[in-house]
Design a binder for this molecule. Structure first.
Ligand code: CMP
Length: 480
């Protein structure tokens, strides 16, 4: 379709050029007889006859100049499109044509009318210019604003822009001498005059840039943030048109009335398709929620009739007894004693990166890792050194609890971690019925102390310190 239209255009162009060339040939070949004929016809008005012939020549040459400029325009900007791969803006093409035509016309005019007083012509045209300028104030305003937009190049064809307080948004299709033409996402065409575009704020999302979008969602307060963030990030990064170059970011933006409010920030390969991609991202989140058993929050008013559980306990009593029973230092305890310890234990959940224990703080409880992982770190020359990584079933915080000294290291959650805290009173009850426990604990503490002080010689220090620790635990807990 486009090709046949182009063919027609070419044919028309060649016919017009041939006709004009023929006209020019005839007018110059028969110049003399024509002048004679006109002179004879007009009697005494010989100079007028000359002017008529000259004006005819000027008109024909002017039309030829116009056709040449059109051909040049097509060639030059066709080459630009071929080399650079994009269409030059209409405004630039028009300015090129106007300048080229003015120069050619000026040359033709001076060669046909060598005696014409151009100064006088310009003076009259200046007056005309003022009159025209006033009449075409808006049009000229748009024209010059268009030129400044071209010089500035704040956006190009193919970019997505949002203009002004009315927030017209769409893909730039054309920048003409009068207006910027954008195609909205409802497939409407909006024309924004150049002078408006030059005055209003414009938000530009360039075509060859990784532009980002935010999509919002929420979950119930009971759904774990660490799990939600992981599940949503994995679901979104696979979606079409979400770029592989930058991983999406999922973060909490608010703890709202109905639930935890999140935002997903993702980058698009093709920003012009952001409506579809936003929708796809929401769809992926829905399915991911379904698979991972996560729940969207919605405005609710629930009446909860609650039987108050023990503070800090999650009602998961059986699992806690099982967990404590599997901790090696509690292996000698009877099942009743383990049950009693579980009753006394308090559960706490820490987010990845949160500090459970800070070195130097006083401490009167120890912890068992129920679910997750923690790292034990000491500060060495102002830098953290990892001493150990502890996971499900390991314990920490016993040193301060059993010796009464300040905490010896930082313990930080590596992932979402649930710990069970056991206090001084509960441990004292355990020691009263299991005095041998103190000895095995003192060995563990001695070993861990050596891990903290890397420079000490382990072979010599272990026995001494474990004996010392044993007596200090006995003293601290008032054991015989
Ligand atoms: P506490 O000193 O109360 O607080 C920091 C805890 O880090 C400490 O008790 C131990 O439970 C733990 N800890 C210290 N050093 C080590 C180690 N070398 N290996 C494992 N855990 C340790």
């Amino acid at each position: 379709m486009k090709r046949s239209r182009n063919k027609n255009k070419f044919a028309l162009f060649f016919i017009a050029t041939a006709l004009v060339a023929l006209g020019i040939y005839l007018i110059f070949a028969f110049e003399r007889p024509l002048r004679e004929l006109l002179k004879a016809q007009m009697g005494g008005l010989g100079s007028k006859a000359n002017t008529i012939v000259n004006v005819l020549q000027l008109v024909f040459l002017g039309v030829l100049a116009y056709l040449i400029v059109r051909a040049l325009n097509t060639m030059v900007f066709g080459l630009v499109r071929f080399r650079r791969g994009f269409e030059a803006p209409t405004l630039v093409r028009n300015i090129f044509s106007i300048i080229a035509f003015t120069v050619l016309f000026f040359l033709i005019f001076t060669s046909i009318f060598p005696d014409a007083n151009l100064g006088a012509l310009f003076t009259t045209s200046a007056i005309f210019g003022v009159i025209l300028g006033l009449a075409l104030q808006d049009t000229l305003g748009n024209f010059f604003a268009g030129i400044s937009l071209q010089a500035d190049r704040p956006f190009q064809v193919g970019d997505v822009i949002t203009v002004g307080v009315q927030r017209h948004s769409g893909v730039v299709e054309e920048i003409t001498w009068r207006a910027v033409k954008i195609r909205t996402f409802q497939n409407h065409v909006v024309l924004i005059s150049n002078s408006t575009a030059a005055k209003e704020p414009i938000e530009v999302c360039p075509r060859d840039n990784l532009n980002a979008r935010l999509v919002f969602f929420n979950t119930l307060f009971t759904d774990s943030p660490a799990k939600t963030i992981h599940v949503v990030r994995e679901a979104v990064r696979e979606a079409d048109n979400v770029t592989q170059k930058i991983a999406p970011i999922v973060r909490i933006r608010n703890l709202g009335d109905s639930g935890v409010e999140y935002e997903v920030k993702y980058w698009l390969d093709d920003y012009a398709k952001y409506n579809d991609t936003d929708a796809l991202v929401r769809q992926r989140i829905w399915y991911a929620f379904r698979r991972a058993n996560l729940n969207f929050a919605y405005p609710t008013r629930s009446l909860l009739v609650e039987r108050k559980p023990k503070p800090g306990r999650d009602g998961d009593g059986g699992a806690i007894v099982e967990r404590l029973g599997a901790v090696d230092i509690f292996a000698p305890l009877s099942s009743e004693e383990t049950e009693m310890l579980a009753q006394a234990a308090t559960s706490h959940v820490f987010a990845p990166g949160e500090t459970v224990i800070r070195a130097g703080d006083p401490g009167s409880s120890m912890f068992v890792v129920h679910k997750g992982r923690v790292t034990v770190q000491v500060s060495e020359n102002g830098r953290p050194r990892t001493v150990a990584t502890l996971s499900d079933g390991a314990f920490f915080g016993e040193m301060a609890l059993f010796t009464g000294e300040p905490r010896t290291a930082n313990v930080v959650a590596l992932e979402e971690t649930e710990v069970l805290e056991i206090g001084h009173a509960a441990m004292k009850r355990v020691f009263d019925t299991n005095p041998d426990l103190v000895e095995s604990l003192s060995h563990i503490i001695a070993e861990r102390r050596q891990g903290l002080v890397a420079s000490e010689d382990p072979s010599t220090r272990s026995e001494d310190s474990s004996a010392g620790i044993l007596s200090s635990i006995r003293r601290f807990f008032g054991l015989s």
